[in-house]
Ligand binder design. Structure first.
Ligand SMILES: [Zn+2]
Ligand SMILES: [Zn+2]
Length: 99
């Protein structure tokens, strides 16, 4: 089992950043559509498609675990939109991905 390249943990329910990005983008389109291109850039920065663990949704390489990916994305979102209700995003996110 390959580990996440950021935290070195092996994910139990590996979901790749691309699949998570889609969920976050769907939510941003409703709230801050102007941030969607930045989200895509940030995802590219964090995730290069490498890794040995396969995503349980789309079967591509995971490389960065959902925990580290969302942590980085929330940090990034916070710089642009400190008032963005993060708990709403988390709630929405956890509705899809239980981890
Ligand atoms: Zn990680
Ligand atoms: Zn995936």
């Amino acid at each position: 089992m390959a580990a996440c390249k950021i935290c070195q943990e092996a994910a139990t329910n590996p979901i790749c950043p691309d699949c998570i990005e889609k969920e976050i983008a769907a939510w941003l389109i409703e709230t801050r559509p102007d941030l969607v291109p930045g989200l895509q850039r940030k995802t590219d920065e964090l995730y290069d498609g490498s890794g040995e663990t396969k995503c349980i949704i789309c079967n591509q390489n995971v490389g960065v675990c959902s925990y580290c990916y969302t942590k980085e994305i929330f940090k990034w979102l916070d710089e642009y939109e400190p008032d963005l209700p993060e708990f709403l995003l988390l709630k929405n996110f956890n509705h899809h991905f239980h981890y």
